[in-house]
Design a protein around this ligand. Structure first.
Ligand code: PGA
Length: 251
């Protein structure tokens, strides 16, 4: 099955208002309404509204990097799924390794966030990935299989059309050391098998699995050529129009 490439830029806690809007406008001018590839950006919460407006009328989607697992109420400092929808976000990241490992988010919390996002009508990129010691101990499949299975608990086959999985080995994020095409391909193929087991072959084949971790313009084509790699979730190289466009336009 041919899956449409999905290239996403996670800006993390970077850029300020002007550089965020400059970047959004540069992407708008370059990508416009092109529909051959799905492109999305994930700005910090406080710039979501303005970035959504800057990209209105283009095919570029805007998403959030996180959300609260509660619907509303006394949760100081949190942002709800409905608020994200309200400002025009259409997607949200759940379970990014920085959330899991710096902020202690468990598989159960990721699942509650994912459920909350789906209930609000958001698309979700569920991020999974092993740490270096887990890879070295031969536990990569065990870890990403568990994160995927627990993260998707209670999600129906119909709801899976709202999902993307991002395989992001923790040791490759922000380190300049990307997974090889073989490592990415083998993890992605494993994950597709997990999805076929949880759902069925049709759901597994339709779902897109992005690779993330030190993706750059000069390694994207090789990674995209690996089996079951359908896109990329990009951090550092998504902060400049030139490098992100070099990834979006890979050949
Ligand atoms: P990186 O980050 O491209 O800077 O390695 C990827 C990510 O965390 O999504």
């Amino acid at each position: 099955m041919k899956r449409k490439p999905f290239l996403a830029g996670n800006w993390k806690m970077n850029l300020e208002r002007k550089s965020a809007l400059d970047l959004a406008r540069a992407l708008r001018d370059a990508v416009g309404n092109s529909s051959e590839r799905d492109v999305a950006v994930f700005p910090p919460f406080v710039y979501l509204d303005e970035v959504v407006r800057a990209l209105a009328g283009t095919s570029i989607k805007v998403g959030a990097q996180n959300l609260c697992d509660e619907k509303n109420g006394a949760f100081t400092g949190e942002i709800s799924a409905e608020m994200l929808v309200d400002v025009g976000a259409t997607t949200v990241l759940v379970g990014h390794s920085e959330r899991r490992h710096l902020y202690g988010e468990s598989d159960e919390l990721c699942n509650r966030k994912l459920q909350r996002a789906l209930a609000a009508g958001l698309n979700v990129i569920l991020c999974v990935g092993e740490k270096l010691d887990e890879r070295d101990a031969g536990r990569t499949e065990h870890v990403i299989g568990r994160q995927t299975t627990l993260g998707l608990k209670g999600v129906s086959a119909e709801q899976m059309s709202k999902l993307t999985i991002a395989y992001e080995p923790v040791w490759a994020i922000g380190t300049g050391r990307n997974a090889t095409a073989e490592q990415a391909g083998s993890a992605h193929t494993y994950l597709r098998g997990v999805l076929a087991g949880l759902y069925d072959e049709r759901v597994a084949q339709a779902l897109r699995i992005q690779y993330g971790g030190s993706v750059k313009p000069d390694n994207i084509a090789t990674l995209m050529a690996a089996p079951d790699v359908d896109g990329a979730l990009v951090g550092g190289a998504a902060l400049k129009a030139e490098s992100f466009l070099g990834i979006v336009r890979f050949k």
